[in-house]
Design a protein around this ligand. Sequence first.
Ligand SMILES: [Zn+2]
Ligand SMILES: [Zn+2]
Ligand SMILES: [Zn+2]
Length: 117
Amino acid sequence: MLKHPLEQSATIILFTVVFYQRYQKTMTCEHLNNLTVENLISKAAYPVFRCEECIKVNSRWVHLRICQTCGKMLCCDSSKHQHARRHYEATNHAVVSSAELGEQWLWCFTDEQGKDY
Ligand SMILES: [Zn+2]
Ligand SMILES: [Zn+2]
Ligand SMILES: [Zn+2]
């Protein structure tokens, strides 16, 4: 049985709205939106670049990240101990920035989104 044309378009609009809401939800990260060049914790503030947790266990790291909530410098996902991710899991501090020279990006663990700054 054919639906009335108005009913059909209403169904299409409803689907479009639901899809758009989902899309927006996955595309929006409050954590990243709240961080700007002016208020983020800059790597320039660090006299030494090291993962303090790796130092404690006498290990090495590959790349370094800075927790944008508390300022801890920790190692990346390519590092053996993944201290930045462990820190996120333990504290729920969502956003890290890269501490690598020449890199200017942020990553939110909660929303799995990144952005350049
Ligand atoms: Zn986020
Ligand atoms: Zn580490
Ligand atoms: Zn932190």
